[in-house]
Design a protein. Structure first.
Length: 328
């Protein structure tokens, strides 16, 4: 387990509009900022940056207008949790209240945003190259293409609410000192999960292929994926990576796994890693439950205990106790 964080967390607050502008430009993208009323200006931005994305929460404390050029190197998502917003890009314009809609901004067009004085948002800024590579893997492709998001997507729907909940969770976990930020495998899996969830929630030209019907891939390809999982349980074995290796969409891979092994690819990866945890704890050589769990990508010990008990009919601590050692 690494002790050096691989993410960067920051918290910034100011009553100086120029300082706020410069901070947002450095964190997200260059833009012009116009404030209708500086008297109530109280800018706050908390963010955490990992290899592929930045997640943050931001508020200006006054009515703000933001105009920016094409972002070129990134995609940007706004999830409103308070106030009213108006956003325009690619000739489309939409206004909405918090909880009604999320915004997915593409990389190749100018953007215009208006926020009410009480507006507050979660932001997801996605580096273009890893995000497009992830989308291609979900489709079973090696070649990437730009993602052409629709401007907005419903937030008052189960997928929209789930995306907001996941964004809050990812922010909290990446910002937690000594937590996921010290575990490369867990970081990559959180990034992968959030990117997949966004692609399944926000409509784009990829949506039909990601969510529509898919042909059966046959047992041979499932066996190849299963063999790869067993040979590389400590690698970045996401559904997107497995789909790319098999040359099929993530949807087709999920259906193939369901038919062949009765569970999703991610559930199968988790089962194999649980077996590795059980093997280490049973051997009597494990230093502690927490160290073993983190080594195999389980960074939430309460969730691990539940999943472990479902698979082995005992808690990790009970396995350790059976070896005559005490585990933490």
């Amino acid at each position: 387990m690494l002790s050096t964080p691989i993410t960067c967390a920051s918290a910034f607050r100011t009553a100086d509009p120029a300082a706020a502008h410069d901070h947002v430009a450095a964190a997200f993208a260059h833009h012009d900022l116009v404030l209708d009323d500086r008297r109530g200006f109280d800018f706050a931005l908390e963010s955490v940056r990992s290899e592929s994305l930045t997640v943050g929460r931001m508020a200006y404390g006054t009515t703000a207008r933001i105009d920016g050029p094409p972002m070129r190197s990134c995609y940007h998502v706004n999830l409103s949790v308070a106030g009213h917003s108006t956003v325009a890009q690619h000739g489309r314009r939409q206004s909405f209240a918090a909880g009604q809609a999320g915004v997915a901004l593409v990389h190749d067009a100018p953007v215009s945003i208006r926020w009410s004085a009480d507006a507050a948002h979660y932001h997801i800024n996605l580096r273009r190259e890893p995000f497009e590579r992830h989308a291609a893997r979900l489709l079973g492709h090696r070649e990437t293409e730009p993602v052409r998001f629709d401007l907005t997507f419903p937030m008052d729907s189960p997928p929209g609410r789930a995306l907001l909940a996941s964004t809050r969770f990812v922010y909290a976990e990446l910002a937690r000192e000594g937590g996921v930020s010290t575990m490369p495998l867990a970081c990559r899996e959180l990034e992968s999960t959030l990117m997949t969830q966004l692609l399944l929630t926000a409509p784009s030209q990829l949506t039909p292929s990601l969510t529509g019907s898919a042909p059966s891939i046959g047992p041979a390809r499932v066996r190849e994926a299963v063999a790869y999982i067993h040979a590389n349980p400590d690698a970045d074995v996401t559904t997107a990576e497995l789909a790319a290796r098999a040359g099929v969409t993530a949807r087709a891979l999920q259906l193939g796994f369901r038919d062949a092994v009765g569970m999703s690819p991610s559930a199968y990866v988790r089962a194999v890693r649980l077996d590795r945890v059980h093997d280490e704890l049973s051997s009597g050589r494990a230093m502690s439950v927490s160290d073993t769990a983190m080594r195999w990508g389980f960074y939430h010990l309460g969730r691990l205990a539940q999943q472990y008990r479902e698979r082995f009919a005992e808690l990790p601590s009970e396995t350790v106790a059976g070896t005559g050692r005490s585990g933490q």
